[in-house]
Ligand binder design. Structure first.
Ligand code: MRU
Length: 360
């Protein structure tokens, strides 16, 4: 039997990691071996791996691979620099690199690569177990709505971008409670925002929900408000790339507009993420750097025709575009933060307590 598909796996030889190349999904399921920090950095920069938790896990392995080649302090600093500069918004990247660096800094050069390998493995394992906890903490939010439904009516969830298992080691964050509800026989239907310009919703979330047999429908990004007005959304459930100390949430561009529409309609807006996504150094969301991406992503679109990737232009040749990758959803629009340690209100006090103590 084939091994289950994973976003990332460590090689038994301790010299490579194998990733699922997400830039090829949903049309091609292709894996890629990475053996150097440069290859890992390229995979993160080109979004072959993406999603805040998975970027962190991949970068951790990147540091470990770098130390196999150069375990010196200079080698460690170079690896950290090349990895961290790939994606500025998702804080898990810096968090994971710094965690591995801290684990090896006091060791002799000869011991560093093995120690880094062990630390990267811990980060990866914790991501999976943490997401299982997120599933358990988020499930009651879906169960409560299911109890109020007529027999057999599905709980209607709206999600944005991909905060699924493809964005993590397993389970996903926003999708974790959805998968658990589905496993427990609770009828769930997911409205999947296509998430222009890179279409992570249409290409990735829809693909993984289909593989898991979760009923879902892709919608254009601007359809969410309309569906919410017509009572066709029971709750919004999204991920995060960074959460500030005051509870502001930075996530894929367009998240803020969904939260505004949800507030107008009195619809709960929940954000699921591991505590490694919380950045206490960011006092509020406006302090968080927003990745500005290539305008070409807006000016055209890539699809598949006859099994071959095809890029088509959407605009006249002289048209210019701007492409901010993320936006800030103010804490006041967020109903709750679902983390591996529990479900909390997005307030400075609750976040500080969560980060100080394991409130499980
Ligand atoms: O640019 P991407 O695809 O890395 O953006 C991903 C998102 O915005 C996700 O919602 C976020 O990283 C959370 S993933 C669990």
């Amino acid at each position: 039997m084939n091994a289950p598909l994973r976003t990332i796996q460590a090689g038994r030889d301790g010299a490579r990691v194998t990733i699922l190349d997400q830039s090829r999904l949903p049309h091609d399921v292709v894996t890629l071996d990475l053996t150097t920090v440069e290859e890992v950095a390229e995979a993160i920069g080109a979004m072959r791996v993406r999603g805040a938790p998975l970027i962190g896990v991949t970068a951790a392995w990147g540091v470990a691979l770098a130390l196999r080649h150069d375990p010196s302090d200079a080698g460690l600093a170079r690896a950290a620099e090349v990895l961290i500069r790939q994606r500025p918004t998702a804080v898990n990247l810096r968090w994971a690199v710094e965690r591995v660096a801290a684990a090896v800094r006091g060791l002799s050069a000869a011991d560093r690569a093995d120690a880094a390998w062990v630390e990267a493995a811990s980060i990866m394992a914790e991501d999976e177990s943490g997401n299982e906890r997120i599933a358990e903490h988020g499930l009651p939010l879906i169960q409560e709505i299911a109890r109020r439904k007529h027999d057999g009516d599905a709980v209607q969830v709206l999600t944005h971008c991909n905060a699924g298992w493809l964005a993590t080691t397993a389970w996903g964050t926003a999708t974790a409670p959805i998968y658990l509800a589905h496993q427990q026989g609770i009828p769930v239907h997911v409205w999947v925002d296509e998430t222009r310009p890179r279409n992570q919703g249409a290409a990735l979330t829809a693909w993984e929900l289909a593989r898991a047999g979760v009923p879902h429908t892709v919608i254009v990004d601007n359809a969410g408000g309309h569906l919410m007005q017509r009572d066709r959304v029971d709750l919004c459930l999204v991920g995060a790339d960074r959460v500030a100390a005051n509870g502001d949430v930075v996530n894929k561009i367009g998240t803020y507009l969904k939260a505004l529409a949800a507030r107008d309609g009195g619809i709960p807006f929940h954000v699921a993420m591991p505590t490694s996504t919380i950045d206490l150094a960011a006092i509020d969301g406006m302090m968080i750097p927003i990745e500005e991406r290539d305008p070409d992503e807006v000016l055209g679109v890539t699809g598949y025709a006859d099994g071959v990737p095809v890029r088509v232009a959407l605009t006249a040749p002289a048209t210019r575009a701007a492409n901010p990758g993320f936006d800030v959803t103010p804490a006041r629009l967020v109903t709750s933060l679902i983390t591996e340690r529990g479900c909390i209100a997005p307030t400075p006090a609750a976040i500080a307590a969560l980060m100080e103590h394991d409130i499980r």
